[in-house]
Design a protein around this ligand. Structure first.
Ligand code: MLT
Length: 402
């Protein structure tokens, strides 16, 4: 995920008698943009979690052009220097409408502890700030439903919408995007994950489903086969509830139809506290231990490390939003029983401990005519662990359907 840009509106109470955005008000807007950026990344508490406070030591602002009420300014942040206990952040404000540069600022911060002693810049913050330079994503950015989603779209033909699980992103579908020719493959990052926007609040299955249908609308797609992995499967169920006519067929991968038990709901709540208090890396560590088949760590160590790294960079707001959404999801078995022959493929890794084979079998039994396939040598992530088997199974299903 690149460093999030932040859009802020100029309100009249920030302007002077001539109607210009007041020079002093810029300080507040730059500060607001920094907090919003953290909220969409490692969390606003990224410093206080480690008992650290970033104190401003020096500020330099250049004012380039005036801004007026109701204009929206886009703030971009970058880290231009990291010392042991200090760092310098550069921020720019541009008018969204015409990209005019309005102001540039540099802030030198010193990290201090509660007694005011200089202390080390937290790695998690520095890693977050250095990611923009590290990653060159070729995802398209499409704004739907008030959020900008990162989306990869490949190929031509009947559409297949790939929906990732938690706390993952579209890159779990990298081999399906690269293969499966003859189909239009669409893989978005859900809101709150990957490179998509991560609002503080407003996460629900309904919102994820609305985002995805708005995305299909934007791409001019009337019907798609929907392929959901794990939490992506829960989103598929919601799409069925709300937008049945848009769905041509189902691929349910390493997911389950039943709701959370009372115990599972508690586990979600504990995980949300962990995310808030210790950040995404703690969640990534816990998930990494459960995601993969036994042999995967030795067989595909680079993929395991890449996914772990990506999970560790998921915005905390997105993690908490997804956890609460999964905690509150309904039982979807009655829904599956009512589908009456909607073409359905159920795939599951034979070493999946998160959504095990018996859960997949229950779903396959519920949908008349559904095909159930176990993926040998895969845990919770067959698209990455066994891409050839997964692509072959999907391709056979799609060719039969079309
Ligand atoms: C996922 O992979 O999306 C989640 O692990 C699903 C879940 O926790 O229910």
């Amino acid at each position: 995920m690149p460093i999030p840009e932040v859009d802020l509106t100029v309100y009249p109470d920030l302007c002077d008698a001539y109607g210009h955005l007041n020079q002093a008000a810029f300080l507040s807007l730059f500060e607001r943009a920094r907090w919003d950026m953290l909220a969409r990344g490692p969390g606003m508490e990224v410093f206080t979690r480690s008992g650290i406070w970033p104190a401003v030591r020096r500020t330099v602002i250049d004012y380039h052009a005036p801004a007026f009420p109701a204009e929206v300014l886009r703030f971009e942040q970058s880290l231009i220097h990291r010392g042991r206990t200090s760092f310098t952040m550069r921020q720019t404000a541009r008018r969204l409408r015409d990209d005019t540069l309005i102001a540039t600022a540099e802030f030198l911060f010193v990290c201090i502890d509660r007694d005011g002693r200089p202390t080390a810049v937290p790695d998690v913050f520095a890693d977050f700030m250095s990611r923009g330079a590290r990653e060159q994503s070729d995802a398209r950015r499409i704004t739907v439903n008030g959020v900008t989603l990162a989306v990869e779209v490949k190929g031509q033909g009947p559409a297949v919408l790939f929906i990732h699980g938690y706390p993952l992103d579209r890159t779990i579908w990298r081999f399906q995007l690269a293969g499966l020719e003859g189909f239009r493959r669409i893989a978005p990052d859900l809101r709150g994950m990957g490179e998509s926007d991560a609002p503080d609040l407003g996460y629900s299955l309904a919102t994820y489903a609305d985002d995805l249908v708005a995305l299909l609308d934007t791409l001019g797609i009337e019907q798609a086969v929907v392929c959901g992995l794990s939490m992506g499967g829960y989103v598929v169920f919601e799409l069925l509830r709300r937008y049945r006519s848009r769905i041509r067929g189902l691929i349910l991968m390493d997911t389950r139809a039943d709701a959370d038990s009372a115990e599972a709901r508690k586990v979600r709540e504990v995980a949300a506290v962990t995310a808030r208090e210790s950040g995404a890396p703690a969640i990534a560590q816990e998930m990494t231990a459960r995601l993969w088949a036994q042999a995967s760590a030795q067989r595909i160590p680079d993929l395991v490390a890449d996914i772990s790294d990506r999970m560790g960079r998921t915005p905390v707001a997105g993690i908490v939003g997804a956890l609460m959404t999964m905690r509150d999801r309904p039982d979807s078995l009655p829904l599956l029983r009512s589908l009456k022959g909607l073409p359905t493929l159920v795939l599951v890794g034979d070493e999946d401990h998160i959504t095990p084979i018996d859960r997949a079998a229950v779903m396959a039994e519920a949908v008349e005519g559904a095909i159930l396939r176990e993926v040998p040598g895969a845990g919770h992530l067959p698209p990455l662990e066994q891409p050839e088997f997964t692509n072959r199974s999907i391709a056979e299903f799609l060719h039969r359907l079309h």
